[in-house]
Design a protein around this ligand. Structure first.
Ligand SMILES: Nc1nc2c(ncn2[C@@H]2O[C@H](COP(=O)(O)OP(=O)(O)OP(=O)(O)O)[C@@H](O)[C@H]2O)c(=O)[nH]1
Ligand SMILES: [Mg+2]
Length: 315
């Protein structure tokens, strides 16, 4: 297949086409992913999450610049869960594309969630597989940390950097937002803003209390100023230190194995949703059934059971 040769020859346009092909779930996309999967496993996936406007995109740009200096190829996925309403974010993405345009070692893709019911985690995952096969050493996944979907996505990373800002409030609020559970590294961005000293020391204290074991990873709290690329070297150093840490104690592998398990479930879930439920929907005399339920002749539960039995025996 010509496009695959071009893909393996590092042609960005072939990469784009393959992503679109998979995103649109065009015929045979799963076979294509299966082929690509043979060359995955090398890319390090770094999740960047945190509240809206915390400076995640600015930070991602800084990280790209640093990783490029280290001779790494970087693929970025920006997941925009609030898509229909955040025109601004898209504009930001365009600015970013220009910043690195012409550089074949950086590629950027936005994932919109509109209409992607339940499939967003799988869709993001598919892109990480493609990036990995393409040879990106680093995959950066930016997502706003506000909901279950985002947590699922971030769960698919090897390491999670939670970005907060002095305006995010105190450590208790951060804990309530569920961000502590997922952070491997805390980044207090906009450290130039008032109140940053307080949140930094509060977070550091909380992290120290949470440590159960001396062998646990000590979650670092790093002040950054993404607009002026301040402390990005420290952030990268901690990212690499974490990866070293979990590779040495075996957690890296355990985590990846769990992710594979989730991936299987997600693929199954997606197939059920699409192939089973949609075909079901297409084949049903839904109006008649609704009539019967509405008129009290039957009920949704019995109908559900009947349909399930009928279709699970269909093969
Ligand atoms: N003062 C200050 N402003 C910053 C810093 N980092 C980013 N900003 C600004 O904060 C605003 C938001 O930055 P983004 O990088 O778009 O934030 P984001 O978290 O990606 O935003 P969403 O994707 O919309 O959630 C921009 O105006 C940045 O210039 C910083 O260190 N200090
Ligand atoms: Mg952003």
């Amino acid at each position: 297949m010509d496009i695959l040769n071009r893909f393996y020859n590092n042609e960005i346009r072939a990469l784009s086409r393959i992503i679109s092909y998979v995103e649109n779930r065009s015929d045979g996309y799963r076979d294509l992913l299966a082929k690509l999967y043979k060359s995955v496993g090398k890319s390090l996936r770094i999740g960047i999450t945190g509240p809206p406007g915390a400076g995640k995109s600015t930070l991602v740009n800084c990280l790209i610049t640093e990783f490029l200096k280290l001779d790494k190829k970087v693929g970025v996925i920006a997941v925009d869960p609030t898509s229909p309403f955040t025109g601004g974010a898209l504009l930001g993405d365009r600015v970013r594309i220009n910043e690195f345009s012409g550089d074949n070692n950086v590629y950027f893709r936005s994932m919109a969630t509109r209409g992607a019911s339940g499939g967003l985690t799988t869709a993001t995952n598919n892109v990480t597989v493609i990036y990995d096969a393409f040879g990106f050493d680093i995959t950066l996944i930016e997502t706003v940390g506000v909901g279950q979907v985002e947590l699922d996505i971030i769960d698919n990373c090897d390491i999670v950097v939670v970005t907060i800002v002095p305006e995010s409030g105190d450590a208790v609020q951060t804990m309530k937002a569920g961000l502590m559970e997922i952070a491997n590294i805390f980044c207090v961005n906009k450290a130039d803003r008032p109140g940053s000293g307080r949140i930094i020391s509060e977070l550091r204290q909380t992290m120290e209390h949470r440590k159960k074991d001396d062998d646990d990873w000590r979650i670092p709290v790093i002040p950054t100023e993404a607009v002026s690329a301040k402390n990005i070297d420290k952030l990268i150093a901690k990212i690499l230190a974490y990866v070293d840490f979990v590779k040495t104690n075996g957690m890296f592998e355990i985590h990846r194995r769990k992710q594979i398990q989730k991936q299987i479930m997600n693929v199954l879930l997606y197939r059920f949703q699409r192939d089973f439920l949609e075909s079901l929907r297409g084949n049903l005399q839904l109006e008649n059934i609704i009539n019967d339920i509405y008129n009290g002749k039957t009920n949704p539960y019995s109908v559900g059971d009947q349909l399930y039995n009928q279709f699970s025996k269909a093969d």
